[in-house]
Design a binder for this molecule. Structure first.
Ligand code: FES
Length: 401
């Protein structure tokens, strides 16, 4: 090409080939190509075919691992299994397999892309001096030509197999990100059968069973796990939840309790070492709206307690049971301070007054903690006299209270 000018007429630009424009672009930008060499100047070179095969293998591996990820996600048995339950080994492999297949798919795609640029994009060393200000019309034309030239010399245009494999690999990799979102596509308002976690809607909990004439005790979490019997582990006779008596708590103490329905009881006089209610107990502990704080106020404080209208008989003497689910955005309000009778949510520091029906006194929470009506039965165990009279936890669209 002739000497570089600073301005070119429309006709002069039109007369130039992409290659010339690309070169002109680099020169006008103050870029000097110090060294440039095509990897395979002659089409059909056997070395080029070998290189293409190598790159294709990486992209093909990316496709294979992408498909494997989708297959594991859709078909692998993912349901939880206990120790020694059939299928535990397969279940244990589920998460690692998702990680390994997704990871290998991404790595293969990355290695393929790096290999491609190392083996096919021309070797080039360019030096550029910086300048300020916007690009003019000529610059924009030349950069387009530069990109066209890069596309042509990359040989990607005639590598249909490689492009297909890389494209499929990239699509499957995208799928690996999108597929797991399928697990959260469900109707949150569709009720299931009522159980120890409620019926799945936001306004029910395990305590809602009291509305179906089921006796529900306040169950303490013992944190017990499977026990070894004759060389193997079993949850038979192991109680995760046990019933609570008033004397189990000291004055000024707090205990987290979960719903323990009549049919799940296996303690005290009713203990049967051959029964296995462990899984049911764990369902109760895992119920996201089930946790309740059972508080035994110090007697002198309890004398000052103020009852909310309609909840006057919800407490049992000095014992009060408040939902543990914060009415701000649902953290566990775990911290009860007996000196001040305040319940603190550690997430955003909301505070609730245990002497005033759990009403919020500080922080972002705007609703009182729902109170569970409780009493003690003839055997001396604490149980729920009924359900909460309002939904537990934070606000949601249909909530009225
Ligand atoms: S969730 Fe309790 S204060 Fe925010």
């Amino acid at each position: 090409m002739s000497e570089i000018k600073s301005k070119y007429t429309e006709d002069e630009i039109k007369a130039m080939s992409d290659e010339e424009l690309a070169r002109l672009g680099t020169e006008l930008d103050g870029v000097t190509v110090a060294y440039r060499k095509e990897r395979f100047p002659v089409e059909g070179d056997p070395a080029e075919k070998r290189a293409a095969r190598g790159v294709n293998i990486w992209f093909a591996l990316s496709v294979v691992f992408g498909i494997a990820f989708a297959a594991v996600y859709l078909f692998w048995p993912w349901q939880y299994k206990h120790l020694e339950e059939d299928g535990l080994w397969m279940y244990t492999l589920y998460t690692p397999l998702l990680g390994v297949t997704a990871g290998l798919s991404i790595i293969s795609l990355g290695v393929g892309a790096v290999q491609f640029s190392k083996k096919f994009v021309p070797e080039e060393i360019s030096v550029q001096t910086r300048h300020d200000g916007p690009s003019d019309e000529l610059d924009r034309k030349t950069i387009t030509a530069l990109l066209n030239d890069a596309w042509k010399t990359s040989t990607l245009g005639r590598r249909k197999v490689m492009m297909g494999l890389a494209g499929t690999g990239a699509a499957l990799m995208g799928l690996a990100v999108i597929l797991p979102l399928g697990g959260i596509v469900k109707n949150p308002w569709k009720p299931k059968a009522m159980g120890i976690q409620g019926d799945g809607t936001l306004w029910t909990t395990g305590w809602t069973l009291t509305e179906q004439n089921t006796k529900v005790y306040l169950g303490r979490d013992t944190a017990a796990i499977a026990e070894e019997h004759d060389g193997h582990y079993s949850t038979q006779g192991v109680n995760r939840l046990v019933r609570v008596r008033p004397e189990d708590l000291d004055a000024g103490g707090m205990e987290t309790v979960f719903p323990l329905s009549e049919d799940m009881v296996n303690d005290g006089d009713r203990y049967d070492p051959t029964r296995d209610v462990y899984e049911e107990h764990m369902h109760s502990v895992h119920g996201s709206r089930n946790a309740v704080m059972l508080i035994r106020l110090r007697h002198e404080d309890a004398l000052k307690a103020v009852q909310r209208e309609g909840q006057e008989d919800f407490h049992y003497g000095d014992y009060y049971a408040y939902s543990k689910i914060c009415t701000h955005i649902g953290c566990p309000t775990s911290l009860y301070e007996q000196q001040t009778n305040r319940i603190l949510c550690p997430c955003h520091q909301s505070q609730f007054d245990a002497l005033h029906w759990g009403k919020p006194v500080f922080g972002p929470a705007a609703r009182a903690l729902p109170e569970l009506p409780i009493s003690v039965d003839s055997e001396g165990y604490l149980y729920a006299k009924g359900n909460f009279i309002e939904p537990v936890g934070p606000a949601f669209w249909e909530r009225k209270s």
